[in-house]
Design a protein. Structure first.
Length: 176
């Protein structure tokens, strides 16, 4: 009985505070939200923000981690602690499939040779799976297969700030 009363009181307090669109300073919440988005160059409505809030937070968690496989001729390794600390040498002609984020293609058909040391990287062509500046990434290939895994530190910060309504990487759904 006591738990039921506590739940009812909490619901009344939460719902009672949600019955107005006025904030404490007397302005309309929707207008202030629209003005803030215009200042940032966004055109996202308050309703769309709330509708996509939880799906965007879930996707932010998934974007922290990346994994992929490649099949075809490959030989080499790629170790990146960030864009500024890397060691790599290799050659590949392969096709691959990976989870590399919601706004990036998961497929790779690549013919490339690459080398990297410290902040310097040279490659015959840009990699089709993007290399981000603040990721810890490891890729190794031998013979007919390669595997890539990564943890993106920028995505961790994006996920944490996303809980407060900030999208530092501008990768949330709901933007134009």
């Amino acid at each position: 009985m006591r738990k039921t009363v506590v739940v009812i009181v909490l619901c009344a307090v939460v719902l009672g505070g949600c019955q107005t669109t006025e904030d404490m300073s007397g302005g309309k919440i929707e207008e202030k939200f629209a003005q803030a988005n215009q200042a940032e160059g966004n055109s996202r409505s308050l309703g769309l923000f709330f509708a996509l809030y939880l799906p965007n937070r879930i996707m932010d968690v998934f974007e922290i981690f990346r994994i992929g496989i490649g099949l075809g001729f490959t030989a080499g390794w790629d170790l990146r602690i960030t864009r500024f600390a890397q060691l790599a040498a290799g050659v590949r002609t392969d096709v691959g499939l990976a989870w590399v984020g919601r706004r990036r293609t998961p497929l790779r058909a690549e013919n490339n040779a690459y080398t990297a040391f410290g902040p310097w990287r040279a490659a015959a062509e840009e990699p089709q799976w993007p290399l981000t500046a603040w990721a810890f990434e490891f890729e190794v290939g031998a013979g007919g297969a390669s595997i890539m895994t990564a943890i993106d530190f920028a995505e961790i910060v994006d996920m944490l700030t996303g809980w407060f309504g900030l999208d530092l990487l501008k990768d949330d759904w709901g933007y134009d």
